[in-house]
Design a protein. Structure first.
Length: 138
């Protein structure tokens, strides 16, 4: 199942998939994140379909040196069928075509299933600490 770049028409299906996969959090607006991924000059949203159904989706972007994968999700009924692997490979291919030398995948520490999967597609834990600061809180 090849991945394709999604469009604004795929927003609802993508957000529903991310919710079903347990990737959304109340403090992040997945609709805004989807639109940001599509509208950015250095990002996109990739999806995998089975027939007309969207079964996998991820945001991929780059900052000129590093590529990032976010919201890598597969519809629960389609997990274990190679959809996630194809999605990650498509994202890495998208980054490679842009000349990005390194891909990073952000995963919440409690998401043990994702951490196990990510190791099977060539990602390894790095010895870094990611610090964050909310800019949307007043």
């Amino acid at each position: 199942m090849p991945a394709e770049e999604l469009t604004v028409d795929d927003e609802s299906a993508t957000v529903a998939l991310w919710e079903a996969a347990g990737l959304t959090r109340p403090w992040n607006d997945p609709r805004a994140d989807f639109r940001r991924g599509l509208e950015g000059a250095t990002s996109t949203v990739l999806g995998v379909r089975e027939g007309d159904a969207l079964v996998g989706a991820a945001v991929v972007g780059e900052d000129g040196h590093r590529g990032w994968l976010y919201y890598v999700g597969v519809e629960p009924g389609h997990q274990g069928r190679g959809v996630g692997r194809g999605l990650v490979e498509a994202a890495v291919g998208w980054l490679g075509a842009r000349g990005v030398p390194k891909a990073l995948l952000m995963v919440r520490g409690e998401n043990e299933a994702a951490l196990s999967f990510d190791a099977t597609v060539g990602f390894a834990e790095e010895d870094v600490v990611v610090l964050g600061r909310r800019l949307d809180v007043r």
